[in-house]
Design a protein around this ligand. Structure first.
Ligand code: MD3
Ligand code: FE
Length: 223
């Protein structure tokens, strides 16, 4: 179990784990720069195990479009999409079996990041894992399939950098553009929970740990 500041002592690994800086992007929305870096050594093997069991797949929207982002899930619930709609399900429709369990490193990181942003006692039961290749994007949307909007969402960026769009409460509202880098964690809840948001098309590049891709973990309390 990692200590509150991560598994490493800060001075020995100071060049790997700079003091996280916090950026407030909304009344109750925060970007915690580098907050996940001390957990990366635990996150990546756990991610490998999840995708070996429940592979990334491209889901289809209600309107019949295939998402350019591939996804999988872990936890007791996972987000799914098909022509009938969007919902959280205890079963992976590809395997008709439960999603892989949420690794401890995921839930501990989510709880610690939520607390750092002022949300006490956040306990995620679902983690949607998005896989971006160069060109993949996520158009502006709201996250509203969770049972309650009282809980925050914690997002962890890994691999190639992306430009996150932080919009308003109508799709047409002007969106802020915020770069998200490997190890950054974003937390949003309360008044900002239903903001439109998205990710611009991923630029080509090569990340030393993840290669030509970006992976985003979004930890939620869905049920
Ligand atoms: C909203 N994922 O899975 S991080 C999603 O990077 C999703 O894969 C994106 O939107 C991704 O539903 C975006 C989610 C995020 C992060 C910070 C936010 C949404 C936010 C801050 C304020 C409002
Ligand atoms: Fe979203």
């Amino acid at each position: 179990m990692p200590a509150p500041n991560g598994p490493h002592t800060p001075d020995l690994f100071a060049h790997h784990t700079p003091e996280p800086t916090t950026q407030q992007i909304g009344a109750q929305a925060w970007v915690l720069r580098g907050f996940a870096l001390p957990w990366v050594d635990q996150l990546l093997p756990a991610l490998q195990a999840i995708q070996a069991t429940s592979p990334f797949r491209h889901m289809v929207t209600v309107r019949g479009f295939t998402l350019s982002v591939a996804l999988t899930n872990c936890g007791s619930l996972g987000w799914t999409s098909d022509h009938r709609g969007y919902r959280y399900s205890p079963l992976d429709p590809l395997r008709e079996a439960p999603w892989p369990a949420m690794p401890e490193a995921f839930s501990e990181l989510a709880t610690a990041a939520a607390l750092a942003a002022g949300f006490a006692d956040f306990a995620a039961d679902a983690c949607l894992i998005n896989h971006y290749l160069p060109g993949s994007r996520l158009s502006l949307h709201q996250d509203r399939n969770e049972r309650s909007f009282e809980h925050p969402i914690v997002s962890v960026s890994l691999g190639l950098p992306a430009v996150f769009q932080f919009g308003g409460f109508e799709r047409s509202d002007k969106a802020l553009r915020i770069p998200l880098l490997h190890g950054d964690v974003a937390v949003w809840g309360g008044a900002d929970r239903l903001r439109y948001h998205g990710v611009l098309p991923l630029k080509a590049g090569e990340h030393p740990l993840l290669g030509a891709r970006r992976i985003n973990l979004t930890m939620r309390k869905a049920g």
